[in-house]
Structures are given as C-alpha cells and as structure tokens.
Design a protein around this ligand. Structure first.
Ligand code: 2NL
Length: 356
C-alpha cells in the first residue's frame, strides 16, 4: 500500500501538464484503475482484513484525489503565469508621441488673403493650370510677337507632329482664370484668383512653380482710387497694422494705366518690418484693365471698366511670417520650415526636392 501511495504521489508531482495528470487519474482511481480494482477485492477478504484494508484504501483514494486536485490547480496557475509573463500589456504607459501636421504657410496665407477679400465682396475663382496660349496670352493683350511670349520662360506642352490643336502652356499667371470668370459671369464682377503658376526660371529668388493671387473688379465707374483703397485695406488687414502704399507708374500689356505698388517698411539688421519706417518694398503690379482684355473676355469696354492686380503669395508669406529664405517652401529639407515655426510637414509634397 505504501509503495502504491509513493508511486502515484511521485507521478502526480512530476506530471508535466493536465493531459498527463488526467491519464494518472484514470490509471489510479478511474473505474478500472489500480485502487478501484483493489477495492473490489475487499469482498474476498476476511472481515478482519477488510476492517483494516477498507479504510486504508479509502484514505489512499482520498489522498490521491487531493494530490490530483492540488496539482491541477498548480498547473493552471503555471499556465496563467506564463501567459501573464509573455502577453502583458502595460496600460499605464503613456502613448507614443505622434507628429502633429500643420498647414503650409502658402496655404495659410492663401486662406487669409481670400478671407480679407471676401469681406470686400470678392469671390474666389479657380481654373486650369494648363491653358491654351489664347487664354494665357492673346486674351491678355499679349500678341504672338510680344517678347513675354517668345521669352523662354514659358513651359510649352509637348505637341506631337500633325497635332494641330492650339499650343498649350503651363499658365504663367492666374489672369486666364479671370478671363474665364468674365466670360462666364460677365460684368459687374469682383473675383480673386489664387493658385499655382509656372515659369522656367530657377535661382536664389525664383522657383519654376510659385503662387500668385490676382484680383479683378469690374463695374461701371471703378477707378484707380478704388484700387488704392482696396489694396491699403488689404495690406492693413493682412499685416495687422496700418500700411502706407506708394504707386509708381509702370507698364503691363493687360492694364492701362499700370502701376507697381510698394508698401512701407523698415530694414533693420537684415530683417524687413512692414508698416513702419521710411523704406519701400515692391510687392505687386496693378492697373486699369486694358479695353482689349475686356473685349476678349466678352465685356464691353464702352460700358464697363475696372482694376486688376497681381501679387506673389510666397513672398507675402515670407514677409508676414519672417521667413527670409525661399528654400523654406520648396526644399525637401523641412528644417527650414520647422525653424520658422511651421513644423511638421513631414510628408513629401509636390514641390519636394527641387534642389536635392
Ligand atoms: C505682376 C502683377 C498683374 C494683372 C496682373 C490682370 C488680369 C486681368 C486683366 C488685367 Cl484678367 N490684368 N492682372 C494686372 C496687373 C499686374 O500682375 O507683377 N505681373 C507680372
């Protein structure tokens, strides 16, 4: 009996898993197990023998059942402990930081400018970036012989031999958007046209793609005085301080008379401040829309007149946010943008990597 007890208690202690433990249970106390068979033999014993063996076998059976239960619980604990050791998740840890995106300064300035002109009754107009040379040049009183057209700074679209569709270009200004707006809506009209424009020019201060906002106001008696008020109102709202302007006579094929507009600024330690000081900074071109342009856009110049202007968004953004280097916008190296407080544009953009 003691041998039997020792054999099963040792085997139970050494059982590797619940399967082995169940096999031991069947082998010892199952219906045909070793202990059960011994209990069946009690009937053949003398009453004296049975009085001793009966309780002893029952005690042995209880002891083995207890040992089985204990071991089963221990195996279960071990399995749980192992899962806890390998599958734990520390929900008290802070989450991993994620880089926050932000608006590109050019987009932000486009929004700001649009909002200011919206307050003065100008709607935003948009149009194609690939234009026929008629919309980009002819309609703007720039004839085929005009130097601006011959100048090699226009990107011409490829034309296969025998393709006799009119030549197309990447628009060199957003003026064609305003021609289309006048054709579609007629006069009176007040629109601004922000967007990408293209010129084959690349150096320290020029990129082949840049951003422009043009403005157009046509009515029966619009004058240069209205232009001056609208522009001063705009600069003051945009820079958040009263900004003086200076108009200088100039020439554009699409306006007559034409003026270049300077804004008041100061230069100190190599940085410009707008709206103070005694210096002037040229920021835009403007004028009264040329009668030929109105005619081309289907507007009668004997009945309607108005002003137009064009301004570079990239430069406006640099002036407002103190970004002295054009590379901040177009370099794939975003350290420049981060440096000027426009962090986190860590996704390659269409303009990425012009220089690298
Ligand atoms: C500049 C400034 C300018 C315009 C753009 C314009 C548009 C229409 C009709 C007449 Cl639809 N003019 N836009 C006018 C004056 C200047 O751009 O510095 N351009 C080279």
């Amino acid at each position: 009996m003691d041998d039997l007890r020792q054999k099963y208690l040792d085997a139970i202690t050494g059982a590797a898993d619940e399967g082995a433990l169940e096999a031991l249970r069947v082998q010892a106390v199952g219906k045909k197990g070793e202990i059960s068979l011994k209990m069946r033999e009690l009937g053949k014993m003398s009453p004296e023998e049975r009085q001793i063996m009966g309780p002893a076998l029952n005690a042995l059976k209880d002891q083995i059942n207890d040992a089985l239960a204990l071991k089963k619980a221990a195996l279960g604990d071990a399995a749980l402990n192992e899962r806890l050791a390998t599958e734990w998740l520390d929900i008290t840890l802070p989450s991993r930081p994620r880089r926050q995106g932000s608006i590109h300064p050019v987009s932000q300035v486009t929004e700001e400018v649009s909002a200011i002109f919206a307050d003065m009754g100008f709607a935003v107009a948009e149009g194609p970036q690939v234009e026929s040379d008629w919309f980009n040049f002819d309609a703007l009183n720039i004839p085929p012989e005009h130097p601006a057209r011959q100048e090699h700074d226009t990107f011409y679209m490829h034309r296969a031999a025998g393709d006799d569709r009119p030549p197309h270009v990447l628009r060199t200004h957003t003026s064609p958007v305003q021609i289309r707006a006048m054709q579609d809506q007629g006069a009176p009209i007040r629109v601004i046209a922000p967007g990408r424009v293209y010129r084959c020019d690349y150096d320290q201060t020029h990129t082949p793609m840049f951003h422009q906002i043009e403005g157009l106001a046509i009515d029966r008696d619009i004058s240069m005085a209205n232009l001056k008020w609208v522009l001063e109102e705009f600069f003051t709202a945009f820079f958040g301080t009263k900004v003086q302007t200076r108009f200088r006579a100039s020439h554009f094929p699409f306006t007559e008379p034409s003026a270049e507009v300077d804004i008041q600024c100061s230069w100190q330690d190599g940085t410009v401040k707008v709206g103070e000081g005694n210096d002037w900074l040229e920021v835009l071109g403007s004028g009264m829309v040329h009668p030929n342009v109105l005619r081309a856009a289907g507007v009668d110049p004997d009945e309607w007149q108005g002003f137009a202007f064009g301004i570079g968004i990239d430069r406006l953004a640099m002036l407002k946010y103190g970004i002295p280097d054009l590379r901040a916008f177009f370099d794939s190296d975003l350290r420049w943008l981060r440096h000027y407080g426009f962090a986190a544009l860590d996704v390659p953009t269409l303009h990425g990597g012009l220089s690298r």
